[in-house]
Design a protein around this ligand. Structure first.
Ligand SMILES: [Zn+2]
Ligand SMILES: [Zn+2]
Length: 143
């Protein structure tokens, strides 16, 4: 009998594995019980999760947290966190920019939301998991 292939996991590796496990969210934490898209009010999205937690994001934040590859890479390159807007160039006469809002919000299967924004962008798929990990409530911000 060969023992090849059996590998002892070092304490460090075990710790890393445990950390990865703990980062995996339980299904109830990434399953919405209620999704409220306040399109008419123009405010944002609110989600009540199955585990009892509540999250809310403004449309402004959501637009700047677009998870599509282009926006993600652009944020990574400039070191911005999801939801953080691009710094505006300082001009003497700032142009008025109407706040970006969603023209359409549609579910993607059972796992995500998709926004068609008023600035024409629509490639971001906002999965429940992404949104839950970006919950901005006090409790999550501290964790
Ligand atoms: Zn994007
Ligand atoms: Zn939270």
């Amino acid at each position: 009998m060969s023992h090849e292939g059996i590998r002892f996991v070092s304490a460090e590796e075990a710790e890393q594995n445990a950390e990865l496990e703990s980062r995996k969210l339980p299904p109830d934490a990434v399953t919405p019980a209620k999704v409220l898209v306040k399109k008419t009010e123009g405010t944002g999205v609110e989600i009540d999760w199955r585990d009892g937690h509540k999250s809310a994001w403004s449309f402004f934040w959501l637009r700047h947290a677009c998870p599509c590859a282009t926006c993600h890479e652009e944020r990574e390159a400039s070191g911005r966190a999801p939801g953080e807007p691009k710094p505006k160039p300082q001009t003497l006469l700032p142009m008025y920019e109407p706040p970006v809002k969603p023209l359409e919000v549609s579910p993607v299967g059972k796992y995500a939301l998709r926004f068609k924004w008023s600035d024409g962008h629509e490639s971001g798929i906002y999965s429940w998991e992404y949104l839950r990990r970006q919950c901005g409530c006090e409790e999550c911000k501290e964790a």
